[in-house]
Design a protein around this ligand. Structure first.
Ligand SMILES: Cc1ncc(C[n+]2csc(CCOP(=O)(O)OP(=O)(O)O)c2C)c(N)n1
Length: 331
């Protein structure tokens, strides 16, 4: 009650709107996947929206970010255009990567989004390298690197965090811990206490936060980002959350009990922030309108993406790393 009375309702309503837009984008993408419109897999982050919103609201547009195979929310929260993102999922012209990358490779350098990454943990050393570059340039920008709890069990986690500590690099590592590594409970394959404990063993401060509590993520991220920008080197934020949908849009997620998912639906960050805002006096009708507007916006965006041309075949080899005649070499 006390906390609800003191909150900045305008700012938090804006963040609720962002979370609704992220969820609606993914719901539209899931519907499109079922119609066969999406090329390649998509990995929804439904239930995890507070991590994206709570962190990105404290970043500047020039700050850099790297994400995972589950990166739609992070990318939208960083400021990418949802129509360009949807076109990318549909493989169309005007997609963030010209329709060649798909869901797992969305990048938009214009808003500092250096890329989602389908290789688990591979974004960590890339983020560290980007942060090293910023430090050498004397920039005030920082890098945020978001990865899942499964990535903590891969070598690049140790390598990237160690390098970041040794060179005091401006990077916020975020373990977005949804409890699962694809379809396996991460606890069954992780020694010790996981992300935070491992970061601390390397000398990196770690903060654990309820990743379904937007206000808690916002507060923790702001403090960490201020410290990093002030030159204190890396921090790790361990945000505990839950993925309500399956691993991919077509995964029925039979590896977990229905009661667990039901309980988590009530605990979802959107429901929780809505309750807090209602308690603080924001009209229920205003909050409900955010939901409806987001659904309309993203349904319309999916229709626009579907109506967009396919990319010009002449551009097939533009902007790809391989030069010369890759098709010939491949066969
Ligand atoms: C190096 C590598 N190994 C395995 C995979 C297959 N894979 C895709 S997602 C995933 C689980 C990753 O777990 P986590 O980082 O916790 O993310 P989550 O999907 O649970 O959100 C795995 C093993 C991969 N993409 N890359």
């Amino acid at each position: 009650m006390t906390q609800a009375a003191n909150i900045d309702t305008e700012r938090l309503t804006g963040l609720l709107q962002l979370m609704q837009r992220i969820r609606a984008f993914e719901q539209a993408a899931i519907a499109a996947q079922k119609e066969g419109l999406v090329l390649g897999a998509i990995h929804p982050s439904i239930g995890q929206e507070a991590v994206a919103a709570g962190i990105c609201t404290n970043l500047e547009q020039a700050d850099l970010m790297l994400s995972t195979h589950r990166g739609h929310g992070h990318t939208l929260a960083k400021g990418a255009d949802p129509l360009a993102m949807m076109r990318e999922l549909f493989g169309r012209a005007g997609g963030t990567c010209g329709g060649k990358g798909g869901s797992m490779h969305i990048a938009d350098f214009g808003v500092g989004m250096l890329g989602a990454n389908g290789v688990v943990g591979a974004n960590i050393p890339i983020a560290t390298g980007a942060a090293h570059g910023l430090k050498l340039q004397g920039s005030r920008q920082i890098v945020t690197c978001i990865f899942g709890d499964g990535a903590v069990n891969r070598g690049p986690f140790l390598e990237g965090l160690n390098w970041a500590r040794v060179f005091d690099l401006p990077v916020l590592f975020v373990c977005e811990d949804n409890g699962f590594s694809a379809t396996t409970r991460t606890a069954t394959m992780t020694g010790g206490a996981g992300a935070g404990a491992r970061a601390q063993s390397i000398g990196i401060p770690a903060i654990e936060v309820d990743g379904n509590d937007l206000m808690a993520v916002d507060t923790a991220a702001r403090a960490a980002i201020n410290d990093i920008r002030a030159g204190m080197g890396p921090t790790l934020l361990h945000a505990k959350t839950y993925r309500i949908t399956g691993h991919t849009a077509v995964d029925p997620a039979t590896y977990r009990p229905a009661e667990e998912v039901e309980a988590q639906q009530a605990n979802c960050p959107i429901a929780r922030l809505q309750s807090a805002l209602t308690l603080a006096g924001v009209e229920a009708a205003r909050l409900a309108a955010l939901h409806t507007e987001a659904l309309h916006e993203m349904t319309d965006i999916a229709a626009q993406a579907q109506a967009t041309d396919w990319p010009d075949p002449a551009l097939a080899y533009a902007d790809v790393q391989d030069v010369g005649n890759p098709a010939e070499r491949a066969f």
